[in-house]
Design a protein around this ligand. Structure first.
Ligand SMILES: [Zn+2]
Ligand SMILES: [Zn+2]
Length: 153
């Protein structure tokens, strides 16, 4: 199967457009960043490689990708209106995973944890229920933000 970037490149060319270096960086960021990045997170990521890129380019590219079915916006229930973006064919999305959300930087860190799968099995076995999906999020301050925040006396 064609990679995400190849698929998008074909579409851009079919429309007579060009795969610019900035678009390419945004696509790379979408592939690299785990955890349902926001436009701002994508922007922060690509800015390292190209300080001239601006947030509106990121937004415009994301909207184009969305209109063409390459990314889907997603809102987490407890975040109100913060929009996040997932590549539609993200192989990763098929696997069940769990989230940690940092209240300081708002980053979502994805993880897998056998204990949660075990809990699911146990609950089903104990109650006879059929579990269809699991949503599990831990909230707190991530290790990076914790380092930046002085300890409370
Ligand atoms: Zn996730
Ligand atoms: Zn953080």
């Amino acid at each position: 199967m064609e990679s995400f970037i190849d698929q998008v490149t074909s579409k851009v060319r079919a429309e007579g457009g060009r795969m610019t270096a900035q678009r390419r960086l945004i696509l790379d960021a979408l592939e690299d960043l785990r955890g349902h990045p926001t436009a701002e997170e994508i922007f922060d990521h690509v800015r390292n490689a190209d300080p001239d890129i601006n947030l509106s380019t990121v937004y415009r590219t994301l909207r184009w990708l969305e209109e063409n079915g390459f990314v889907s916006p997603r809102w987490f229930e407890d975040e109100k209106r913060r929009e996040r973006f997932d590549p539609v064919d993200r192989p990763h999305a098929i696997t069940e995973h769990f989230h940690f959300r940092c209240r300081v930087c708002n980053r979502i860190i994805e993880f897998d944890e056998p204990l949660i799968h075990e809990l699911r099995r146990k609950y089903a076995a104990d109650t006879g229920a059929e579990i269809e999906s699991v949503s599990f999020t831990l909230y707190g301050v991530c290790a990076l933000c914790k380092k930046d925040t002085p300890e409370q006396p």
